[in-house]
Design a protein around this ligand. Structure first.
Ligand code: FUB
Length: 286
């Protein structure tokens, strides 16, 4: 599906959203972003919306699908979520106050209910900053929950119920990793994309590594996007045979961000062609 040129690398969701996780459920694209608050001076978000589209041009805001009001064990920092479907149920993984929980619903738009009444991943487990969950189900049915920030990435297997851990947390040596892991599989290769850490360039670049298994070893491949913002974060998804990167750019401030998308192209050897065009953005104070 080719999207109109005017839509490519343009803001697609209303102000202000960030950390877009895109998923395709029953042929419709759903984007689960973080919900930045206008005028914020930190990432003080409290809830999550979901947006959906069948043409990547017109987006429907389904409103708040889950929030800190729906849990008892955290009161701040509703950050980058993920959502996945299994056996007709939808599992919404969300960081809240540096812990990760899981909520369950019967549709991509909820309503969702906290499945455990406590975090699935606790604060500081295995020395990992427990944010930015990404869930991946391999072709053999094994589910993996990746998470982490501050340059430390972990993964834990999930049981088929998607809310129970299966074994311990493994630290993954991902080259230049900073936060915001996203895992996708294409033509038998596992792609791990993430905002990187390079000296004083922290989360400025979206880079990627490739592996032949969900647990590595990982081969660093390069940069997908330099959005020239302080902060980058994205997801890669196939929509009717074409691949897209959903990402955010900085808005008036690093805490008021805007979600964009761009078509993504692969070379015959499986490497990703870096994005060379950049949307206009309004840099704010660091
Ligand atoms: O949205 C809050 C945080 O900002 C995310 O958890 C990070 O990945 C960064 O995008």
């Amino acid at each position: 599906m080719a999207i109109p040129a005017a839509t490519a690398q343009r803001q697609i969701l209303p102000d202000f959203q960030a950390d877009p996780t895109a998923r395709v459920f029953a042929g419709r694209v759903y984007v689960y972003p973080s919900h930045d608050l206008p005028g914020s001076t930190y990432w003080d978000m409290v809830d999550w919306h979901v947006f959906s589209s069948d043409d990547l041009v017109t987006w429907k805001d389904h409103g708040v699908i889950f929030g800190l009001r729906d849990i008892t064990w955290a009161k701040r920092y509703a950050w980058a979520p993920d959502c996945i479907e299994r056996s007709g149920r939808y599992y919404f993984y969300f960081p809240a106050d540096e812990q990760i929980g899981v909520a369950v619903g019967d549709s991509p738009t909820g309503p969702f209910k906290d499945a455990l009444g406590r975090p699935l991943i606790g604060r500081g487990e295995a020395g990992i900053f427990a944010i930015d969950p990404c869930v991946f189900i391999d072709d053999d049915g094994q589910a993996y929950l990746y998470f982490g920030g501050g340059s430390r990435l972990g993964v834990v297997k999930l049981k088929p119920d998607m809310i129970t851990r299966d074994g311990g947390i493994t630290i993954l040596p991902m080259p230049q990793y900073h936060e915001g892991i996203w895992v996708h599989k294409r033509a038998g290769l596992y792609y791990f994309s993430y905002p990187s850490s390079r000296g004083d360039r922290i989360a400025n670049l979206l880079e990627y590594s490739i592996a032949r298994s969900p647990l590595g070893p990982f081969e660093h491949k390069g940069v997908i996007l330099d959005n020239r913002s302080r902060n980058v974060h994205g997801s890669i998804v196939e929509v009717r045979g074409e691949w897209y990167l959903f990402y955010h750019i900085q808005g008036p401030s690093p805490y008021e961000r805007r979600v964009c998308l761009a078509p993504l192209h692969y070379n015959p050897d499986g490497t990703i062609q870096p994005l060379t065009e950049h949307p206009v953005f309004a840099p704010g104070p660091e």
